[in-house]
Design a protein around this ligand. Sequence first.
Ligand code: TYD
Ligand code: MG
Length: 455
Amino acid sequence: MAKTRTTFVCQSCGAVSPRWQGRCDACGAWNSLVEEGAASGIGAAVARKARKGRLFALEGLASTGQEPPRTAVGIMELDRVTGGGFVPGSVLLLGGEPGIGKSTLLIQACAKLALSGSRVAYISGEEAVAQVRLRAERLGLAQAPVELAAATSVEDIVATLDDGEPFSLVIIDSIQTMWTDSVEAAPGTVSQVRGAAQSLIRFAKTSGACVILVGHVTKDGQIAGPRVVEHMVDAVISFEGDAGHQFRILRALKNRFGPTDEIGVFEMTGRGLAEVSNPSAFFLSGRDTSAPGAAVFAGMEGTRPLLVEFQALVAPTSLGMPRRAVVGWDSNRLSMILAVLEAHAGVRLGGHDVYLNVAGGLKINEPAADLAAAAALVSSLTGATLPAQTVYFGEIGLSGAVRPVTHAAARLKEAAKLGFTGAVAPADTPQPGVLTPVAHIGAMVAEIAASGAAQ
Ligand code: TYD
Ligand code: MG
């Protein structure tokens, strides 16, 4: 009989070590190693005669020259992120913090597909069938012909689903609750998550169903089981949101069959997730246009323009070290803008606390937001209210020069659509008209200061 070998697997990064250690050598996590039995099915050497395969020439393959076939769900915000719908035979990982709304989104997607005639299964390892049904009822989807099951054994699930008639979509909620006989480790451990994912991926490829694996990810990367699955699946989509806000953002982090820079915006309501098809209007709602310190940034999320408000508060400090706090933007970027304003535009902020906030709880990481942030800061410092119907975009260089950014036309079009009549933008923007071109940050600061004196 073969000797059972035990190994120690880091639950944070999946690294395998022959002995227990307090700290993982690979990722540096403390106390993350868990004893796991060696895989008897996956890792075990099985004496098997090698079969000769066949090689294909790339250029000779029959090609339709078309996109892969897709199953569009009919939820626009979801279809946009997947690249137009689910690809048959592909596996998607939907990651997100517990309670963010993953199950809600997927049961809604299932119901929509099932009502349009596709065969759909929702396998829950967390909730009983009655609970899933109750949730669907609350969402007004009780009539959808979705096939439900509560199961955690991958072998049982695959056997159940393999009944001769193919599925379009199979949801596995969640991968952390699944376990496979071929791995001797407790459910939820890295080895089990990986083994279960492997079996389900094989099922997707052979049956042609699109399989969605739900993965819980916590903020600090603990219980990082899904991370080890990321490279095995065709697409990784994350569902993000802010605890204090109702909106949720769906974002593709990896996608073999579509773009990775698209976002889908949803709002969590009493009756499930509602699509936000006009996010700019959503994020600008409740704007106070009469107070200084607010500038509207015409941003881009993927190929989609998005207007958000930057709010700044600049106040004299009573501290030796003035405070710099930023929410929704990069704090290094803020320090850089403050330094450039001081060095090249004569704006002294050394004696002031500076707070910057992106309204609505959105996180912006485009350098194009520099100009909007600078405008909001100068507006708050000088007390000059910025024109309410003007948007700002442009990257600020260390010399104070305002540099052009991509997608200027799309940004201006979105602004015009929402009733904005002016735009402060880089001088080289190839779109005249409503523009107030700025070549250097000093010019914008002077203009805001002058308008403040006139107000
Ligand atoms: P859920 O989909 O269970 O999250 P996850 O699967 O990511 O863990 O969502 C749970 C949260 O969503 C819960 O806090 C309640 C809220 N919710 C609503 O606000 N409205 C609804 O209609 C539903 C079903 C849930
Ligand atoms: Mg859930």
